[in-house]
Design a protein around this ligand. Sequence first.
Ligand code: COA
Length: 161
Amino acid sequence: MRIAVYPGTFDPITKGHLDVLERAQRLFDKVVIAVAVNTGKAPLFSVEERVELAKESVKSLKSPCEVLCFDGLLVDFVQSQGACAIIRGLRAVSDFEFEFQMALMNRKLRQEVETIFLMPRESYTYLSSSIIREVAKLGGDISNFVTPHVESVLKEKFKKN
Ligand code: COA
């Protein structure tokens, strides 16, 4: 059984993430979404909310996907899941430097874990969670970029705030 872990902040999960996830599911027997508790960012959604949004969003996919959260080192979580690979999405050249640094550090920490980079569909290459949050906050249409559930939760969040 070949297992991969797809980590991220997922604040919130977008259709770009789901696109990468589906590509990974075609390559591995099982892919686990790993929502990071601490990311050095100040997420809009709590970790519980980010996990819930991801769980709801993956229901739209053909294959089931487990969604978990993790704290501490990513490579330790990967090992705890019996996984052999980390999935990361590469949207543009600008992603490369950070991703390269992270992949090499993770390899240094645990040599047997490979990082696999997958490119999302072109129409999602300019997407990011922060751009979605900003458009939603200003009342723009985000329906093409997130699932209906994420869209309604985002709208609700900004109405409250
Ligand atoms: N579609 C849409 N957006 C995408 C995307 C895609 N396919 N791929 C990446 N993104 C966006 C994300 O939405 C996010 O946008 P934002 O910055 O506007 O919120 C951005 O690209 C990158 O975020 P993400 O992919 O979630 O990664 P991250 O940089 O937030 O997460 C961790 C990095 C959590 C994986 C990393 O910090 C980690 O592993 N932490 C654990 C501690 C550890 O082991 N540290 C050592 C690592 S060497």
